[in-house]
Design a protein around this ligand. Structure first.
Ligand code: MG
Ligand code: MG
Ligand code: MG
Length: 309
């Protein structure tokens, strides 16, 4: 029976490439591991897989009776719905510790770095002493560029930069930052995409003091890509999502990676949480948050605090 390796729901580049890279490492260790995704790939991830000639992982959302490993998350809300009906063998991650627990001992490797790709590079190089295949190295390097927003995010550490540079060499990529900009452009593409798909392109639900809070993020090379009509359409979809999922709040981060800040759109039962968390009042359902680029480090912790207060 194969062991499935899965990233989180609404897969991002790190989630997809880390499933591939960790499955490849497991194969080197004699485990019949199969990389999987829990949803549709975003345009950036598609570009990355194409560039390094790797095919898309199979879709899998059901782990009933299966052995599986998780990458890039340890939160129940981001795992397959029936996560507790299968046997979890390993977690490799770079987020806050989530709420998944197990009955058996597991391999657990988490580091406070900017990308699961960086953690995996450490596993390849330092823990299992395996060399990274060139195409896998290209994927891991791309994930680091993506998750750290070209090394600009507050989540980026010197380890991420070092890993990306070494992986670029292995992959034979000379102009790493040019490739990063190409990826950023693909990530920014909004034209012709249904608003709902844009919200789910990079979306996570969180449990904050017993309330379900959804946070989506669009990373854009310019905020101007999202015009007012699109903003209205996004707002309508957020409203629906909030009602349908019985959520307390739905937030959408429109992150300008060049200006390095986020326009936060909010649909919430308590607009006061935004002011409590960020010291900024919502004006017409939006607030500009300078320097905020990371959901993990700059959105989730202050919001959790505000919800707990
Ligand atoms: Mg991720
Ligand atoms: Mg990640
Ligand atoms: Mg991200």
């Amino acid at each position: 029976m194969p062991v499935y390796v899965l990233g989180h729901k609404s897969p991002d580049t790190d989630s997809v490439t880390s499933a591939i890279a960790f499955a490849a490492l497991q194969k080197m260790l004699g485990v019949d591991a199969v990389p999987c995704v829990q949803g549709k790939l975003n345009p950036e991830t598609e570009l990355v897989l194409k560039k390094f000639g790797v095919s898309a992982p199979e879709l899998k959302t059901d782990v009933n009776g299966a052995e599986y490993m998780l990458v890039d998350h340890s939160d129940i809300k981001q795992a397959p719905d029936n996560w507790d009906k299968g046997k979890l063998l390993a977690i490799v991650d770079h987020h806050k510790l989530g709420d998944i627990t197990t009955a058996n001992p597991i391999l657990f490797c988490a580091m406070p770095v900017g990308c699961t790709g960086t953690v995996l590079y450490t596993l390849y190089k330092d823990v299992y002493k395996k060399s990274v295949p060139a195409n896998i190295a290209g994927l891991m390097m791309s994930a680091i560029l993506s998750d750290t927003v070209l090394f600009k995010s507050a989540t980026c550490t010197p380890e991420d930069k070092k890993a990306a540079e070494e992986l670029a060499k292995i992959a034979g990529v000379q102009a790493m930052m040019d490739w990063g900009m190409e990826m950023a452009k693909a990530k920014s593409s909004v034209e012709g995409v249904p608003p709902k798909d844009l919200i789910f392109r990079d979306y996570k639900d969180f449990n904050m003091s017993g309330k379900t809070v959804g946070i989506g993020q669009l990373e854009l090379i310019s905020l101007s890509l999202v015009n007012n009509d699109l903003k209205c359409a996004l707002h309508d979809e957020m409203q629906k999502l909030k009602v349908d999922g019985n959520r307390h709040s739905v937030f959408l981060m429109l992150t300008d990676i060049m200006k390095e800040g986020t326009e936060l759109m909010a649909v919430t039962d308590d607009p006061g949480v935004v002011e409590k968390a960020f010291g900024q009042k919502l004006v017409g359902n939006v607030a500009w948050l300078p320097k905020v680029m990371s959901r993990k480090k700059q959105m989730v912790p202050p919001l959790e605090k505000a919800f707990a207060a």
